[in-house]
Design a protein around this ligand. Sequence first.
Ligand SMILES: [Zn+2]
Length: 146
Amino acid sequence: MSQCVDPIVGKILAGWRYDISGIAPEMRGDYEDHFTACEHCRARQRLHRTIDVSLIALASVSAGVFLLAFGVIRHFGPRHAFWLELAALAGFALSALIWLIVAVATPAPMAVVDVAKLGARHVHDRLPAEIRERLPEELRLKITGS
Ligand SMILES: [Zn+2]
C-alpha cells in the first residue's frame, strides 16, 4: 500500500474516518485536493464507505431475518412461543437500532444516495429524447444536477 503524501492531513482525515461530507463546502477544498493527490487516503476512504454500507446492509438483513422468525413462530405457534416471539422482536429491535446508529453516525446514506443518483443519471441518459423531454423539469434537475 502506498504512503500518505501529507501525513498531517492524512491523520485529520483518519480521525473523521475519511468522511468530509459534514464539512462546509468552502472548507472542503483542501481535503478534496488531498484525496485527489493521495492514493493512500483515497483507498482508505473507499474502504470505510464500503464498511458503512455493508453494516447497513447487514443490519437490514438481520432485521428481516428476525422479523421472518417472528412470523414463523406466530404461524406455527410452538410451545414457549411467547418467549421465542419476544426474542425475535428483541433481535429485530436491536438490528433496527444498529441500522439507525450506522445511518446517523456514518455517511452511508449519502453514499447510497450518490450511487442511486449515478444509476438514475445512467438510465436518464439512455432514455429516448422524447421521453426525456416529458420528465418534469424538477426531476430532471435532481437527476442531472444541471
Ligand atoms: Zn493522504
